[in-house]
Ligand binder design. Structure first.
Ligand SMILES: [Zn+2]
Ligand SMILES: [Zn+2]
Length: 352
């Protein structure tokens, strides 16, 4: 006997994509499911029923044999086998701890769309953040110098801000009349240049709700100049969050990379002085900062943000990995800026 399933083909395809992305499968493998969901969404019920009946789903662009099987099973009210397998294998809790803190998070400060190196459109990221129960998601695509990640020039960023407005309107997000709804916030993950400057114009940075600043180049710089570089960025009045501070990679498809070296006490003290949050990057391949630095930042009195750094919708659900580490380090939830209300967060993030 197969299990009953009543959420329909689009939800089945999206759930499969979500589970694969959360497990950080190659986005190429996942794209087929998202493309098929988009294709099915465009069909009327009549055409869907007819094509399921006569087995012609695969004639549609975007639907192959395996996605057609999912659509057919779901349309007939049965749990698709592929989905059942994935729920069994990947659908359970990702971590032992961190769940209470995760439940206290109101949003996510670091995420990427297909405008830079993410795999999905802005609206799909926003929709998934809503489904995860967030009040907001900050969209933080890369800045121009990160060419491999298709970083956004000032003019592309200006265009993206208009798209964010349109997405908020489309999602019926928060307005002054209904301030409680979900809202996609305007942000950036801006590169920290070699001299500590930021890779975007002040004019553009000013228009954003929040800015994450990260080092992506010359990660092996000597400790002294690296410390100066990071402290200069932290002092910049536009910077709100110091992203993945050591740049290390501990596991995963991109291989491993040692942490950058810098005077962490000096950098974190500057974060305290200038009201900049130290990011706990939740990606399992980053686990950044390492535990000793996380505890140092805790002892120095830093604020924190726990961010997914999602490059696909399902990766938005990786935050619990960072929550588990923050809980283990005994960090007070009130020092984690994404436990705050959206209004409090936005006013904290105004340029100093
Ligand atoms: Zn980054
Ligand atoms: Zn990022």
């Amino acid at each position: 006997m197969t299990e009953a399933y009543d959420a329909g083909p689009v939800a089945a395809l999206r759930r499969i994509a979500f589970l694969l992305e959360r497990a950080r499968e190659d986005t190429y493998k996942v794209k087929a499911y998202r493309a098929a969901a988009a294709a099915v969404l465009q069909l009327g019920d009549d055409e869907l029923g007819r094509r399921v009946g006569d087995g012609t789903l695969t004639e549609l662009p975007g639907i192959g044999a395996s996605t057609a099987a999912v659509v057919t099973e779901a349309a007939r009210g049965r749990l698709p086998r592929r989905l059942g397998d994935l729920e069994h294998r990947l659908g359970g809790p990702q971590t032992a701890g961190g769940h209470a803190l995760r439940a206290a998070l109101r949003g996510d400060l670091h995420s990427h769309s297909d405008w830079s190196d993410g795999g999905s459109p802005i609206e799909e990221m926003a929709m998934t953040a809503m489904e995860l129960g967030h009040d907001y998601l900050v969209l933080t695509d890369h800045s121009p110098r990160l060419k491999v990640a298709r970083g956004l020039s000032a003019s592309r960023l200006a265009r993206q801000l208009e798209v964010v407005d349109a997405v908020n309107e489309h999602l019926g997000g928060a307005t002054s009349a209904a301030p409680e709804g979900f809202r996609l916030l305007k942000g950036i993950e801006v590169d920290i240049l070699d001299d500590g400057g930021l890779d975007q114009s002040d004019e553009m940075l000013e228009q954003l709700d929040l800015r994450v600043a990260s080092v992506h180049s010359k990660l092996r710089m000597d400790s002294r100049p690296m410390t100066r570089r990071m402290v200069a960025a932290v002092r910049n009045p536009f910077v709100n969050v110091l992203g993945h501070c050591t740049g290390r990679l501990v596991t995963g498809g991109r291989g491993t990379r040692p942490p950058s070296t810098f005077d962490a006490e000096e950098v974190f003290a500057a974060c305290v002085e200038h009201d900049v949050a130290v990011e706990i990057n939740a990606r399992p391949e980053r686990r950044d900062p390492p535990t000793a630095l996380l505890e140092l930042a805790r002892d120095l009195g830093c604020l924190f943000s726990i961010d997914s750094d999602a490059h696909a919708p399902g990766q938005l659900d990786l935050q619990v990995h960072g929550c588990e580490r923050a809980e283990a380090a005994g960090i007070d939830p009130d020092r984690i800026v994404n436990t705050w209300s959206r209004d409090r967060l936005i006013s904290w993030a105004r340029p100093r």
